[in-house]
Ligand binder design. Structure first.
Ligand SMILES: [Zn+2]
Length: 327
């Protein structure tokens, strides 16, 4: 599971606790983000990262060719951030992650001085992800916006809420999906993002039949995450019937009744289908419709996928929401 599993007695936790006087890592991240918003006088989304960068002594942000997403470099008078070219929404999260790294330095000296020397770099990375989420999607603001959207339209669908919040906070659907399911438990269910992709990166130029609908990312609320088995063995698992069945490999399958309530994509037809625990089967049919209205084929069930133009491939992305009412 991707869930944050920072060791309560680990070096990082001890260091943060001694510094911020709290034990709960998430609360510490909330405090830090809250102070940042106060210092930069920000009260509503989207969070502007420029004043936060200045506040944290980040003097320059460059986009050279990079092997990793980004890195933070110490300079005589502050920091330099190198960040790879990315979609704007993802870039904001990456930048916030690098801002989070500055909290491991003493900024009192003109040249920032490293204060924390943990032996598990992964712990620091996890904390920086938590803090980055808190900076670009502050808990209290998300909760406020979530209620506001619901108040305006009580019948709004979960995927529309996701889309609206992602836009309001200028983050990716993926980051927002995790935030409102896993972190804040505002949506109860599973969000799957499936995309029309080749089986591996090397397959980019391969025959169209090596393309398929593959799970790109997923997010699930904590109430079900323990019971969730997703096909995570490969980076882009092919979504066939058996792997989707395993998603809901619940300990009490008889009680499970999951409905795929909707699909979001401009050029895909809406689908509604049902997982049948008695028959242990799941049928999902999606019909990609290209702009001139020609129906290209059925997908996800692994049958009869015909070629789709490159342009359409780029757009072939679906978010699916599986509510969990009775778990
Ligand atoms: Zn990092």
């Amino acid at each position: 599971m991707r869930h944050i599993s920072l060791d309560e007695n680990g070096e990082l936790n001890k260091w943060l606790t001694s510094r911020y006087g709290r034990k709960d890592i998430r609360k510490i991240a909330e405090d830090i983000a809250h102070d940042l918003l106060l210092a930069t006088k920000q009260v509503k989304p989207p969070i502007d990262l420029s004043p936060i960068c200045s506040f944290r002594h980040i003097k320059e942000i460059l986009s050279p060719a990079l092997k990793s997403d980004a890195r933070l470099l110490v300079r005589d008078n502050g920091f330099l951030i190198q960040i790879s070219k990315q979609f704007q929404t993802r870039r904001r999260f990456t930048l916030a992650h690098e801002i989070a790294h500055t909290y491991f330095y003493d900024l009192e000296t003109s040249k920032p001085k490293r204060m924390f020397f943990g032996s598990k770099p992964n712990e620091e990375e996890q904390f920086c992800d938590i803090l980055a989420s808190e900076i670009v999607m502050p808990s209290f603001m998300i909760q406020e916006e979530f209620s506001k959207v619901l108040r305006k339209n009580p019948n709004i669908s979960p995927l529309v809420i996701l889309e609206q919040l992602a836009q309001t906070f200028r983050v990716s659907d993926e980051a927002m999906a995790r935030r409102i399911t896993e972190d804040l438990n505002l949506l109860h269910g599973v969000i799957l993002n499936v995309r029309w992709l080749p089986s591996t990166k090397q397959d980019i130029n391969s025959q169209p039949n090596n393309y398929d609908w593959r799970l790109h990312w997923w997010a699930a609320s904590l109430d079900i995450v323990e019971q969730l088995y997703l096909p995570l063995a490969s980076k882009r698992p092919k979504l066939d019937m058996s792997s989707l069945e395993s998603i809901y490999n619940n300990r009490q399958p008889a009680k499970l009744n999951i409905q795929i309530s909707e699909v979001k994509i401009g050029n895909l037809k809406k689908i509604v289908t049902q997982f049948n625990p008695g028959l242990n089967s799941l049928d999902i049919w999606v019909y990609p419709i290209i702009p001139d209205g020609i129906q290209l084929g059925s997908v996800i069930n692994g049958k009869g996928v015909t070629d789709i133009e490159e342009q359409t491939r780029q757009q072939s992305e679906i978010n699916l929401f599986f509510p969990t009412n009775n778990m």
